[in-house]
Ligand binder design. Structure first.
Ligand code: GDD
Ligand code: MG
Length: 374
């Protein structure tokens, strides 16, 4: 079967990481995010992939190429302006097969698409939505389901008082080509608002993926968490198979007194100095230099980052070619932009005090979390 993936997103909440690169290609451990999705669909037999691109498509094309590095064959479709989730696939109509999968390009997941396709074929549905349970459905498309798998109601971004189930649309659908007839050409159309509600009772089904990993990586917290989950194997990806035991890749130069956790990654061409600690969820990409006694935990370093002696990085992202000075602290989901120099000894986020001097730390809060080069 064919997979059509929507990759028009800007990723504003991941700035400054997404100032230089669009969200679909932010690095996740050892490859662009979208590459994980391509390997995932390929695992389920979908090697014919259509990518519907908008924002910064040049950068997406450069990172993904013809797809062969990730086991797929890519057809590119470019929008003149954002056409929305249904308008984008309408633009790809000439390339579509009789039955295909449509997938949102911003979710890290290992859902069993083969099982979903089998369910679609069994029921003869017009469209079958992947469903996952979440704690708070308000940011998603809420789906009310009958016991036999038919969808009884679809509510995009439901109001609190309308939430009566934990099932949401996970952004992966098996579709019959006939659905395309419902989408007007030449304008912005939302599949969530202008297609699903009209298909309720007309062949719209849901397939619940129990126990699958599923996460939208669009905020700094979830991005750092997603990388940690790739490294620990909480989400099944091809990356784990390729990592050497202990997380140190061939060609990395790790001092014998340094410690690298099994669920961390030090890439080839990176150097880790004496007594440094590369803890769980940390990524030191190629060309990285970690000086003596520095400690990293859940810190994601893009290529060419230098971390000074005794610096401490926890739950943060450091952009390509940036420098963290000796004994500096970077924590609490701060994102350091590409090429930024963090001076020695400073702590990010800086804390501001809401409470009057003399009181305890109550009210201390991060002042700013994204640090970009001028
Ligand atoms: N090419 C293109 N053009 N892609 C687009 C456009 C567009 O105009 N608009 C959105 N996309 C892509 C985004 O890049 C993303 O990969 C996907 O379509 C979904 O858009 P989002 O903007 O991320 O939507 P959302 O996260 O608020 O909600 C959607 O995803 C949820 C699951 O994460 C909906 O499909 C919800 O129903 C769903 O629950
Ligand atoms: Mg999204």
């Amino acid at each position: 079967m064919q997979a059509v993936i929507l990759v028009g997103g800007k990723g504003t909440r991941l700035r400054p990481l997404t100032s230089e690169r669009p969200k679909p290609i932010v690095p996740v451990v050892d490859r662009p995010f979208l590459a994980h999705m391509l390997e995932w669909v390929a695992r389920h037999g979908m090697t014919d992939v259509v990518l519907c691109c908008g924002f910064r498509s040049d950068a997406v094309v450069e990172a993904i190429g013809d797809g062969s590095a990730w086991g797929v064959n890519v057809t590119w479709v470019f929008e003149p302006e954002p056409r929305g989730t249904a308008g984008a696939v309408k633009m790809a109509e000439e390339h579509l097969q009789e039955r295909f999968m449509l997938i949102n390009g911003d979710v890290l997941t290992d859902m069993d698409l083969s099982a979903q396709i089998a369910a679609h074929e069994r029921t003869g549905a017009v469209a079958t939505l992947a469903l996952v349970p979440v704690e708070d459905p308000s940011a998603y498309g809420l789906v009310r389901l009958e016991d036999d798998g038919r969808v009884r109601g679809f509510l995009e971004k439901p109001k609190l008082e309308d939430i009566d189930t934990d099932l949401i649309s996970a952004g992966a659908y098996v579709l019959e080509r006939s659905v395309m007839d419902m989408i007007p050409a030449g304008r912005e159309v939302s599949i969530e608002r202008e297609v699903w509600p009209f298909l309720v009772g007309e062949g719209l089904h849901g397939h619940v993926h129990r126990g699958a990993y599923w996460m939208d990586i669009g905020t700094p917290e979830r991005y750092v968490q997603g990388i940690s989950d790739v490294l620990s194997g909480a989400v099944r990806t091809a990356t784990l198979d390729r990592m050497a035991s202990g997380g140190v890749m061939a060609g990395a130069d790790v001092h014998p007194t340094a410690i690298v956790a099994a669920d961390a990654l030090v890439e080839g061409g990176a150097r880790v100095g004496p007594g440094a600690r590369i803890g769980s969820g940390a990524v030191v990409s190629r060309g990285g230099r970690i000086e003596a006694g520095a400690s990293l935990h859940r810190a994601v370093l893009l290529p060419g980052v230098r971390v000074g002696a005794r610096a401490h990085l926890d739950s943060c992202v450091v952009g390509a070619g940036a420098t963290v000075g000796d004994a500096a602290h970077v924590t609490d989901h701060v994102i350091i932009g590409d090429g930024v120099r963090v001076p020695a000894g400073i702590h990010l986020p800086e804390l501001t005090m809401d409470a009057p001097a003399g009181m305890h730390d109550a009210g201390a809060r991060p002042a700013r979390r994204g640090i970009a080069a001028d």
